[in-house]
Design a protein around this ligand. Sequence first.
Ligand SMILES: NC(=O)c1ccc[n+]([C@@H]2O[C@H](COP(=O)([O-])OP(=O)(O)OC[C@H]3O[C@@H](n4cnc5c(N)ncnc54)[C@H](OP(=O)(O)O)[C@@H]3O)[C@@H](O)[C@H]2O)c1
Length: 254
Amino acid sequence: MPTQLFDLKDRIALVTGASRGIGEATARLLAEQGAHVVLSSRKQADLDAVAASIIAGGGKASAIAAHQGDSEALARLVTEIDQRFGRLDILVNNAAANPYFGHISDTPMGMVDKTLQVNVKGYFELAALASKLMQRNGEGAIVNIASINGVTPGPMQGIYSITKAAVINMTKAFARECAPWGIRVNAVLPGLTDTKFASALTTNQEMLDHFLPSIPLGRVAQPNEIAPAVLYLVSDAASYVTGTTLTVDGGFLS
Ligand SMILES: NC(=O)c1ccc[n+]([C@@H]2O[C@H](COP(=O)([O-])OP(=O)(O)OC[C@H]3O[C@@H](n4cnc5c(N)ncnc54)[C@H](OP(=O)(O)O)[C@@H]3O)[C@@H](O)[C@H]2O)c1
């Protein structure tokens, strides 16, 4: 008999940043495992296209736009999920900003504010709102997408790396305090992944020549190589796993 450990049938899963990249790959995989995925990002049309494609493939999906840096939009998003489904089982906090590339000491304070707002406050608010909804059912799973840069700062990506370190600590804090509610909270730390987000690095041969020698597997990841780590952490296979980080980086941090 095949294992049911990764079966997500009847679960409601919210994935932010789901219109492309790691978020889209994750949403598609969770839907394949039976979850009804609620896709979110800023552009409704892009979300509608992904949702339509999941539904065309026999999956269940809804699309609700929200800016991860807008408190009111995040509150509306969770309220709408509550009204439509009456529950939330899975949150994947994935949408993030990385607007500044340059020497840390030159970072414009507006960029500091924006990066903190989306990557730290947005993740925090959504985790807080989601955990309250999950508490009602006495169970739930939250996965925060952090980064290897949260462990070792990426060059010229200081403020972004700082926010990802905060996400790792946030994961542990929520894990400890939400465990009594039956909610597990973990983080995935992707390495360099072939998405629009990282295209300034992955499409620049000089940058690749710099980065690839430090990746033992010798290549960047594809988004569908990050998604299974999220599936593991939100599934029953990880029922005793909380407050941890799962690194998917081709060996970079080893
Ligand atoms: N790619 C990498 O090398 C890499 C490595 C480590 C960690 N990560 C992390 O992986 C996560 C996903 O990145 P990705 O590489 O998959 O990026 P991506 O392909 O550029 O996708 C980003 C997604 O987030 C949405 N988004 C961006 N800003 C948003 C905002 N303010 N509010 C709501 N949605 C927003 C985008 O849609 P809209 O633009 O329509 O809003 C899109 O759906 C991020 O947390 C990133 O830090 C990426």
